[in-house]
Structures are given as C-alpha cells and as structure tokens.
Ligand binder design. Structure first.
Ligand code: 13P
Length: 262
C-alpha cells in the first residue's frame, strides 16, 4: 500500500442540469459524512460537472461546508479574450474550482485537442493554482500493436513539456484506455497497473523521485462498484476517474467506499 491518498473523481461529461447536479452533490456529501470516522479522511472526492452546473455545485459545497473537491472538464489557457464558447482559468478560480480534467480522449478525438494545446492548458492550470488531471490513453489499435507504453509515454511527456519539478507537485494523471471508456469493457487491473507503473517511471525521469512517488495516478474506463476495489488494490493506482457510474449516488458512492477502504 502506498502513502498516497486515493482520489475518486466523477466526470459527469455532458450530463445533468444544474438542479440535478446539486441533488447529486448533496447525496454524495451525505454518504461521505456517514463514512465511519477514520475512513472519510482516507479519500479525496471530486465532482466535475458541466460548466452550466459548476456555479450551483460550488455554492452548495461552500454553504454546506462539504468536503468535496470541485472540478471542471476543460478550460482555455488564456485568462480572457475573444474565444467564443471558452472558459478561462480565472473564471474557474472565481467559481472555486480546484481541479480541471485536461486532455480527455473525448476532447482529443471530437474537438481535435492536440498535445500542444493540452500542454498550454496544463501550464495555465498550474499557474492559476488549479490541479490538472492530465488524461492519457491508447486506442485499441495501439494496444493491439503493442505500442501502448510508448504511446502513453509520448502523451505524458508532451503534456508536461516545459514544466519544472517544483511546479509538477500536485499533478494528477488519469490513465483511461479509450477502448474501455463507456464500453463496459475494462482493462484488467494488471493491464492498468502496468501502464500506471510506466507513467511513474516517466515522471521520475522527467521530475525525479519525489514527483514519482507523490503523484496520484487514477484509472478510468468503465469503473463501477463491482470492479473498483480490484483497481484500487494495485500498487500504482491511486483512485479512479469515473464517467457513467458517477451520474447517480447509488453507483458513485460505493466506489468512494471502496477507495476509502484500501
Ligand atoms: P466511463 O466510466 O463511463 O467508462 O467513463 C470513463 C471516463 O471517460 C471518465 O473520464
């Protein structure tokens, strides 16, 4: 078991209205408060609503003093300007957002985000005090060609170009094989572990042993109550980035419980 505190983050993607989001946040918070003393402190929980639900989620988290982190699913790297449809790091900070998911495969694939854009976003997040959750993941084609480790290494190096070891403190990485997202098909815990371990060696090469051992690396891709514990018991997996199962308290809360237990 590692000394890293597990992190369970719910990526709501393009789901839930502001009102539905508040209800979900309240149910997740209630569950977290009911976790036995000595257990709740074992896990960080983050919700990442769509932009339209961020403010209301932020308000309820603040007013009810919830111990929940708030994340965004994307952001632009500039602070302001003529970028129709975009949201800036400053805006996220003002909404008390502490985390931002960057480089998700859906953004890379459907919105043509490049490693270069993702790198600018990662830098902007660090500069503004927002924790980046840098996503990486290979396609089925890459896995079948046995190029996974090289491909993932390329994404990690490119996403973190020009970042110093001092800045990289607090980085979170999410390994999400594309073929396991929303498909019900998960990587085996051993497959995920192999990649997460490799990510750690890349981080060590880039930033040294402290970042290697302190960085939290999450697995994502069809994580559910039934399989979460298997992933969490792997040495190099420190939690999950959850999609579909993060949309209801009934499916998300048991994943939190599984992480708290490890
Ligand atoms: P699913 O849990 O729905 O497979 O989504 C994973 C994901 O993409 C989280 O960012």
């Amino acid at each position: 078991m590692s000394s890293r505190r597990p992190l369970v983050a719910g990526n709501w993607k393009m789901n839930l209205t502001a009102a539905q989001g508040v209800q979900l946040v309240q149910k997740v918070d209630e569950f977290c408060r009911d976790l036995t003393a000595g257990t709740r402190e074992n896990v960080d929980v983050v919700v990442a609503p769509p932009f339209t639900a961020i403010h209301s989620a932020s308000t309820v988290i603040d007013i009810d003093r919830m111990q929940l982190g708030l994340g965004a699913q994307n952001m632009h790297w500039e602070d302001e300007g003529a970028f129709t449809g975009e949201i800036s790091p400053t805006m996220l900070r003002a909404a008390r957002v502490g985390y931002v998911i960057l480089g998700h495969s859906e953004r890379r694939e459907h919105f043509f985000e490049t490693d270069e854009m993702i790198n600018k976003k990662v830098k902007a997040a660090f500069e503004r005090g927002i924790t980046p959750i840098l996503c990486c993941g290979e396609s089925l084609e890459t896995r079948e060609a046995e190029d996974t480790l090289t491909f993932i290494e390329g994404q990690i190096r490119a996403g973190l170009v020009g970042i110093s070891a001092a800045t990289a403190t607090g980085l979170v990485v999410a390994y999400e094989p594309i073929w396991a997202i929303g498909t019900g098909r998960t990587a085996t815990p051993k497959m995920a572990e192999e990649v997460c371990e490799h990510i750690r060696t890349v981080l060590e090469d880039m930033f040294g042993p402290t970042i290697k051992s302190n960085t939290r690396i999450l697995y994502g891709g069809s994580v559910k109550a039934e399989n979460a514990e298997l992933f969490f018991s792997e040495e190099n997996i420190d939690g999950a980035l959850v999609g579909g199962a993060a949309l209801t308290a009934d499916t998300f809360n048991p994943i939190i419980a599984a992480a708290a237990k490890v």
